[in-house]
Ligand binder design. Structure first.
Ligand code: BTN
Length: 239
């Protein structure tokens, strides 16, 4: 892959989509600062100078049904690189990376915005966009967020991104086993074993998170003892 670096850009995901429309592939767009960073569910994403704002443009060989594994793999990659930097990073389903503060509160270190285009049986392009609050003061971020600077001090962002990309491409290579990605995710999970409330398109699901299942669904044991696989939604850790 090739890296395209910007000091400042509206959104690295927008730029990666533009490159996709031009026919590019295997490009990683990186910026120091974003002026129009986008989050999931049409939310805004605060992205001041000092972050690792990146978007990976890929044309995956895997079918559309397997696309969620790319986001899981990116979350694992960020969690691993953060741990190497000394932070006790864990993943909240499906793909937020959290750090627990000294007060025990979990705060968000990284979110990932994945976008794609394709048909039923073929993915034309995929953009996986992790945003890591790296060398940023916590007070420049929303209250529910934290940064590597606040937790462990500044990191070398080149090295950090390199490690993220190595893990990501290794986990998602064409011959890699999906179960390996799920195992790596389980290893870094904050959500498994916790009581959760998930706001899904089909209503609220509450219970104990017991496992993650292909292609990235969360298995929740509800209070009546049923197990349900939840495919999408906003997850809250209740305890
Ligand atoms: C979320 O948790 O809502 C996802 C946040 C994703 C933010 C990243 S920063 C790099 C990339 N470019 C964007 O505009 N968004 C993603």
């Amino acid at each position: 892959y090739e890296i395209e670096y910007h000091d400042r850009i509206a959104s690295t995901n927008d730029r990666a989509r533009e490159l996709a429309a031009e026919g590019a592939e295997n490009v990683v767009v990186v910026a120091d600062e974003q002026t129009g960073g986008r989050g999931r569910l049409a939310r805004e994403w605060t992205a001041p100078s000092g972050g690792v704002w990146a978007s990976l443009l890929i044309r995956p060989a895997r079918p559309p049904a397997e696309v969620p594994i790319y986001t899981l793999a990116a979350a694992v990659a960020v969690a691993r690189a953060s741990r190497e930097a000394g932070a006790d990073a864990r993943i909240k389903w499906p793909n937020d990376v959290l750090l627990a503060g000294e007060d025990g509160e979990e705060r968000k270190l990284c979110g990932i915005l994945t976008e794609m285009e394709g048909e039923a049986d073929r993915v034309s392009w995929l953009v996986v966009g992790p945003g890591v609050n790296a060398n940023i003061d916590a007070d420049a971020l929303p209250p529910e967020a934290t940064s590597l600077r606040a937790a462990v001090g500044d990191v070398d962002r080149r090295v950090f991104l390199q490690r993220v990309l190595e893990t990501f491409y290794d986990l998602t290579s064409a011959d890699a086993d999906v179960e390996t990605i799920l195992d790596a995710w389980r290893e870094h999970a904050a959500t498994l074993g916790r009581r959760v409330r998930i706001d899904t398109p089909g209503g609220v699901v509450e219970g104990e998170a017991v496992d993650v299942r292909f292609p990235g669904s969360l298995v929740v044991r509800t209070d009546d003892g049923d197990e349900r696989a939840v495919h999408a939604g906003d997850c809250e850790h209740l305890r």
